[in-house]
Design a protein around this ligand. Structure first.
Ligand SMILES: Cc1cc2nc3c(=O)[nH]c(=O)nc-3n(C[C@H](O)[C@H](O)[C@H](O)COP(=O)(O)OP(=O)(O)OC[C@H]3O[C@@H](n4cnc5c(N)ncnc54)[C@H](O)[C@@H]3O)c2cc1C
Length: 454
């Protein structure tokens, strides 16, 4: 049970968008006495995605879809953009603003909460958490301990694990988001990008803007790039009921809905955006087998429809492909032999054709590691080793209940110990975008508010 006497001391581990939105939402609950937000990288308000500095690292939806920070604040970000004269959000084509601008917005909202004395920011790594009756003791890297009543783990996007079959070498970059990771790449170097999703596209655009002269090769099993975004329209007939949560049934229904909308002049993207709101519930209701079926057969197809490209980014990728400066392959790496200057590679296209190439660099752009038993975060390792937490459904993230409270090794809910965002993928699956994370936090904050008033 969450302690129902006295005021609550809150710790938030991770100061990215999830941690910052949590601090902002929790600061509105009077019962909460104090909030300490810890971040290893001092990336308060920004985290990994919104610390990106280059203007071409942009949000993948128009600004108006990012929303604000609160439940009644749907236009918070665009209002802030207009007030600070950052961008004319009403112009759809120009409103895929830089990720750093969204980071500025969240950081400004967090600063307000700090300035009002409702939260403090601490640059620190939390390495260990132990249960102390109805509270939790947090230990930092220096061994200092502090006790809190409620703890929120907002640990975010772990770098991918090393790609299987690629011999380790200084010419293989596993964490492309590490500061300066791409700097050693020479402008005449040949690059193989593993992955064709959002991270891979970001890296290709980055290398192109830096002036890379050599053609880039991207490879993934299906070779699918994210699709282009389109201005959303109000869905006149949203699909709300789903008879049975089977992968096949859901996708057949979604496809039929998209076709119906397109025939009526409404972009298919509208169907996807409406459906997205149902995913957490459908994923929770689905059987383990159905979730696995989805992950095996439809995950890649869903992701390219769900996480889309700004129209001008899609145009640039098309242009690079038509000029043969970018090749997108569907297939797999059969051999990657490290050489003093890179790799000798054998690739096999889907369909069987073999292809040999040499690359000076291999970049692993497969996206954040989802399996928490593989990640290198000392806190996660400690939580799993001590049995305070266990791995989530289908091997993803950490196991949580419907209110995001962590379950221990025996499946018992740990009252007041929460995970938010990426770590809850096993339970809800659709938890990546800032808007999903905000909804998750607002739901938890509402539950706490009700507990506080009991
Ligand atoms: C490259 C990229 C682009 C994206 N673009 C978009 C987009 O355009 N639109 C959109 O809606 N979503 C986008 N996303 C999704 C994005 O993941 C979320 O919107 C959001 O950034 C996740 O925030 P987070 O706070 O959970 O994680 P993170 O941003 O990863 O932050 C986690 C923080 O926790 C800290 N931390 C971890 N462990 C510890 C510890 N033990 N002690 C102390 N601190 C710790 C880390 O230092 C880090 O700062 C993108 C994601 C990526 C990776």
């Amino acid at each position: 049970m969450i302690p129902n006497a006295g005021r609550w001391r809150v710790a938030i581990v991770g100061g990215g968008v999830a941690g910052s939105l949590a601090a902002i939402a929790l600061a509105t609950i009077p019962r909460i006495e104090s909030i300490a937000i810890f971040d290893r990288d001092a990336a308060f308000g920004r985290g990994l995605a919104y610390s990106a500095k280059s203007p071409w690292h942009r949000i993948n939806v128009p600004a108006y879809k990012m929303g604000g920070v609160g439940a009644e604040d749907a236009e918070g970000f665009v209002d802030w953009l207009t007030a600070t004269q950052q961008a004319d959000w009403r112009d759809y084509s120009d409103s895929f603003v830089s990720r750093s601008v969204y980071g500025d917005y969240i950081a400004a909202q967090l600063s307000d909460v700090v300035a009002r004395g409702r939260a403090v920011m601490r640059t620190d790594v939390i390495t260990h958490i132990s249960r102390q009756q109805s509270a939790y003791e947090l230990t930092n890297a220096a061994g200092n301990r502090q006790t809190f009543d409620l703890v929120f783990l907002c640990l975010g996007n772990p770098p991918p694990s090393p790609f299987p079959g690629i011999a380790p070498s200084s010419r293989s970059i596993t964490d492309v988001w590490a500061p300066g990771a791409l700097d050693p790449i020479g402008m005449n170097d040949r690059v193989l990008v593993i992955g064709t999703g959002a991270t891979a596209v970001d890296v290709v655009i980055d290398l192109h803007r830096r002036g890379l002269q050599q053609p880039i090769t991207m490879i993934s099993r299906r070779g699918l790039l994210p699709l282009i975004d389109a201005p959303s329209q109000t869905d006149p007939a949203p699909l709300e009921t789903w008879p049975e949560p089977t992968t096949r049934g859901i996708f057949a229904r979604l496809l039929a809905d998209a076709r119906r909308k397109m025939a009526a002049g409404i972009p298919w993207q509208t169907s996807v955006d409406t459906f997205r709101l149902q995913i957490a519930r459908l994923w929770t209701d689905a059987s383990q087998d159905e979730r696995e079926r989805f992950s095996r057969h439809l995950r890649a197809i869903w992701l390219v429809h769900r996480h889309r490209l700004a129209p001008d980014v899609a145009t640039l990728l098309n242009q690079l492909q038509s000029e043969q400066r970018l090749t997108v392959l569907a297939g797999r790496i059969v051999k990657a032999q490290a050489t003093p200057t890179g790799y000798d590679l054998e690739l096999r296209r889907r369909g069987g054709q073999s292809l040999e190439m040499t690359a000076d660099w291999i970049l692993n752009c497969t996206g954040p590691e989802e399996r928490y038993d593989r990640i290198d975060n000392p806190l996660v390792k400690s939580l799993l080793a001590t049995g305070i937490a266990r791995i989530g459904n289908n091997g993803l993230g950490l196991d949580v209940d419907t209110t995001c409270q962590i379950k221990d090794g025996s499946g018992t809910v740990q009252p007041g110990l929460y995970a938010i965002g990426h770590a809850t993928r096993g339970a809800f699956w659709e938890v990546t975008a800032a808007t999903n994370i905000r909804h998750q936090i607002l739901h938890v904050a509402d539950t706490l508010r009700q507990t506080a008033s009991c």
